[in-house]
Write a protein that binds this ligand. Structure first.
Ligand SMILES: Nc1nc2c(c(=O)[nH]1)N(C=O)[C@@H](CNc1ccc(C(=O)N[C@@H](CCC(=O)O)C(=O)O)cc1)CN2
Ligand SMILES: Nc1nc2c(ncn2[C@@H]2O[C@H](COP(=O)(O)OP(=O)(O)OP(=O)(O)O)[C@@H](O)[C@H]2O)c(=O)[nH]1
Length: 439
């Protein structure tokens, strides 16, 4: 696809900076570069040059690269200027280029959008690139880079091909029903394969939880009696005064959340109101919130002051938890039994080990290297849509074959929409590729 406009933008980060990268893409690139530099550098080679403005003055000196179409990021002619990262330098270049005929400032994501429209990458790759840029933890970076390698695209394409083949059988049965070219057994094999595919897609969808953990963080909730030391632990883990600490039981009423990076994993820790039979209305509401929040947690830390006989806090059934004995500095003599971890926020004892355990739990909940899971809600929604259509196709034994075939087509379209490759031409290709025309 050829775009008329040549687009220009600062592609590197906030200014001032050591170096700024200004990127251009579009048909006027050769023109713009030759005017500014006096010549066009050999393809894909960094050349040091002065950039001249039309009045003959030098804008700045820097590196210039030229990437001729189609072997460029966007598939169009592209160029890069790597200049001194000054605000006025970049401003002057952008202003000048945008004023040239056929040139304008790029809108958000426009280079990648062109790359997609020119077939340089599919939608999943474009989304993965955005995720690489927004990755803040090691786990997010690894996940985003893995997602940019195209293995999910291959998986969805393979499912789609399987579906289109199956549909070709069904269509053949429709067309040649009297000639009985397609034996019943073959048709039955189609339905059982689709049934198996539904199972595979469903299992794949289940993996989405892991993507959410990488993206949103592993969810840890601190629960315990008032004064157990929850807010103190939150602050110690966050290394800042995120929550108010007092010796008055019932200090924390609302949920207080901090986001940590523990050994490369994003971990969300929530402090809650101390659980007791409270009389005050605000505290009661806080306790209700605490219980509700804990029921959604991936891990609960159950805090107990080791010096006190605290009332038992009941957890939702099956909820993973660690028993944490707090204020271990107040305990003289033998350390108490029955705890997974003993900590003191006063001395810092046990905090590193506890943080490590939280990081390990987070890691265990993340996808392992090479595991294919859907990683955005958009993908899950389309996968679920595909499953919905396929269920109707498989279970609709009493439906006319045309409708069952149509459900299969819609399912294949939903899969194709994930990668952005849907194209009706494919179906024709598959059908005619498998059956001779004129038969
Ligand atoms: N200076 C610079 N660094 C960058 C980028 C960029 O645009 N400029 N990128 C921007 O996101 C990323 C790298 N992505 C890129 C992807 C494709 C091509 C490219 O030229 N592709 C051609 C040739 C491929 C080849 O030689 O193997 C092609 O696909 O035909 C360049 C960068 C990160 N680093
Ligand atoms: N000696 C000692 N005191 C601690 C420790 N951790 C917390 N405390 C004290 O225990 C009291 C209660 O601590 P908080 O962190 O507010 O307890 P909480 O569980 O958040 O309390 P609520 O908000 O009432 O639910 C405060 O006076 C803290 O200073 C500790 O490790 N050692």
């Amino acid at each position: 696809m050829m775009f008329a406009d040549t687009i220009v933008a600062l592609s590197s980060g906030a200014l001032p900076a050591g170096v700024a990268v200004v990127r251009l893409s579009g048909p006027a690139v050769i023109d713009v570069v030759s005017k500014l530099v006096g010549s066009v550098p050999p393809p894909r080679t960094a050349c040091y040059a002065a950039l001249h403005l039309p009045d003959g003055s030098v804008l700045d000196c820097g590196l210039v690269l030229y990437f001729p179409a189609p072997a460029s990021f966007t598939g169009e002619d592209c160029a890069e200027f790597q200049l001194h990262g000054g605000r006025a330098v970049v401003q002057a270049l952008l202003k000048h280029v945008a004023s040239l005929p056929g040139c304008r400032l790029a809108s958000a994501g426009e280079f990648t959008r062109r790359a997609f429209l020119n077939g340089k990458m599919d939608l999943l790759a474009a989304e993965a690139a955005a995720d690489i840029i927004s990755a803040e933890t090691e786990a997010q970076r690894r996940f985003a880079v893995a997602n940019s390698q195209g293995r999910n695209s291959e998986l969805y394409a393979s499912w789609r091909t399987r579906l289109l083949r199956a549909r070709a059988f069904v269509e053949a049965e429709l067309d040649f029903v009297d000639e009985s070219d397609v034996p019943d057994a073959a048709a039955q094999a189609v339905w059982s394969d689709i049934d198996a595919l539904v199972g595979e897609i469903d299992r794949h969808i289940d993996g989405f939880k892991k993507a959410e953990i990488v993206r949103e963080g592993f969810d840890v909730v601190l629960l315990g009696a008032p004064n157990a030391g929850k807010s103190s632990l939150l602050n110690a883990l966050a290394q800042r005064e995120a929550a108010i600490v007092t010796d008055e039981p019932g200090t924390t009423r609302d949920l207080i959340e901090v986001v940590l990076d523990i050994e490369g994993s994003k971990v969300r820790v929530t402090d809650t109101a101390g659980i007791r039979d409270a009389t005050g209305k605000v505290e009661q509401l806080g306790i209700q919130r605490a219980r509700e929040r804990a029921s959604r947690a991936q891990l609960v830390l159950l805090l107990e002051d080791v010096g006190l006989d605290s009332p038992e806090v009941v957890l939702p059934k099956g909820k993973p938890f660690l028993r944490i004995g707090t204020k271990i500095d107040l305990c003289d003599g033998r350390p108490p039994n029955g705890y997974d971890h003993l900590v003191s926020c006063l001395t810092g004892d046990g905090l590193t080990e506890l943080a490590r355990a939280m990081g390990d739990a987070a890691k265990a909940a993340e996808p392992v290297a090479g595991e294919l899971i859907p990683w955005r809600l958009r993908h899950v929604e389309l996968l679920a849509e595909a499953v919905g259509h396929l269920r109707r196709a498989v279970e609709g034994e009493r439906l006319p074959l045309e409708l069952r075939s149509e459900e299969m087509r819609l399912a294949a379209n939903a899969l194709g929409t994930i990668t952005g490759s849907i194209d009706v031409e494919d179906l024709l290709d598959v059908i005619f590729g498998q059956f001779c025309i004129g038969k």
